[in-house]
Design a protein around this ligand. Sequence first.
Ligand code: CUA
Length: 331
Amino acid sequence: MKICHKIAFLTGLGLVLSGCVPSPTFLNPASSISAHEANLYNIILIMALVVFVLVEICLVWILIRDRKQKGDDDKPPKQIYANTKLEITWTVIPVLLTGVLFAMTFQTMNRVAAPAASATDINVHVIGHQWWWEFVYTDLGFKTANELHIPVGTTVQITLDSIDVIHSFSIPQLSGKTDAVPGQTNHMWLTADQTGVFLGQCAEFCGIEHALMRIKVFVDSQDDFNAWVSNQQKPAAQPQTEEEQEGFKQVTSVCASCHSLNPEEPEKKVGPNLAHLFSRSTFAGATYDLTEDNLRNWLHNTQPMKPGNIMNLKLTPDEIEHILAYLKLLK
Ligand code: CUA
């Protein structure tokens, strides 16, 4: 296989494995913060490459020039002690380079840590749970989970904390990471430059399902965002058919100890708000697609899908079908 074919094959394989979603790396920035980080990374990479290539060229040149050749006797080569000019050169150049890197890193840190340039339009309170994210739209009056919607070009002020252990909120294409610490409120802001879907992940080890504590950020146009908000603010759908009414009874009795059907949810619940569950594309910490089959498996037994999570129910197949019938109304 020719080298270019190999590269094409590996790239294709990477795309298949990643489900064709662009890689969630800060090197593919969608905000000013990530663009500053990517810029610094690229400058450091180029400087390191230049140094690497120069050093390797010198090394190979010396290895070839001074190799043992025919006619050389076994006496040790000429011994040299010190070369002041050379030693000053190879001390001063790295000092200058690290000085430049220090200055650029300091400048980037200041830019990243600076308050948002534009006015705040939206406040979101982000709460870490083992193992999912709760999003409270404090001025808009509703709660949701795992999937954050924000309007493009608007500064979103985020306050962060946790109800159990330390988590870390990280969406590489949009921001640096900030810890969610129980008993302490941390702050960060987001301003996305382009619409799209951006993936994030809890970035602080927080227990067995740390890897399944993901975040999906939808950066919407202002119109799409307004439409999404007005839907989220609506009360949960009411049951119509007999089956839906059976399901509603289950949800408001069995499920209600951990989940609320009220989008405002003044009472604090340990599980995600269900008022508009089926407006989301994923569940269980944004790890499973929200399909009827996945949700059926989840209601049957959550443990094989996400071992260690606190949702443990013993439901009959009939009860599961009734609950599903009602939950599907929650668009
Ligand atoms: Cu939450 Cu790791």
